[in-house]
Design a protein around this ligand. Sequence first.
Ligand SMILES: N=c1c2ncn([C@@H]3O[C@H](COP(=O)(O)OP(=O)(O)OP(=O)(O)O)[C@@H](O)[C@H]3O)c2ncn1[C@@H]1O[C@H](COP(=O)(O)O)[C@@H](O)[C@H]1O
Length: 109
Amino acid sequence: MTSFNLSDLAAIIADRAGSSAEKSYTKSLLDAGTHRVAKKFGEEAVELALATVDGDDMALTAEAADVLYHLLVILQARGVSVQDVLIELESRTKQSGHQEKASRPVSRS
Ligand SMILES: N=c1c2ncn([C@@H]3O[C@H](COP(=O)(O)OP(=O)(O)OP(=O)(O)O)[C@@H](O)[C@H]3O)c2ncn1[C@@H]1O[C@H](COP(=O)(O)O)[C@@H](O)[C@H]1O
């Protein structure tokens, strides 16, 4: 188990975006523009799709990590907060009833 989450990674990406780090892959990708960022995401998504049917769990894990990283780079490039995405996902759980279950007070009677 790890406490590292998508907001932590988004914060690292935002930090790199504002830096002048010459060796930052994130910075070089963002500097290349939204078309480049979108193309990279598409490539990684295809690699994830291929890994999905491959049956190699380690490869799938690595490709899923690539997709999540590149998704967060897209959000950074477009100025959309990962928190907004999480809020959107949370609103969907409310619609399907999961959130009500999770937040329902425990009866002590
Ligand atoms: N999670 C990642 C991450 N996942 C994948 N990648 C990079 O994404 C690239 C894509 O893989 P490819 O095989 O397509 O590599 P490539 O052919 O060199 O890439 P392109 O030239 O096609 O863009 C690789 O260079 C990986 O290193 C990542 N680069 C950075 N991070 C995170 O971002 C942080 C900041 O990294 P820097 O910006 O490099 O300081 C790191 O500490 C990590 O937490």
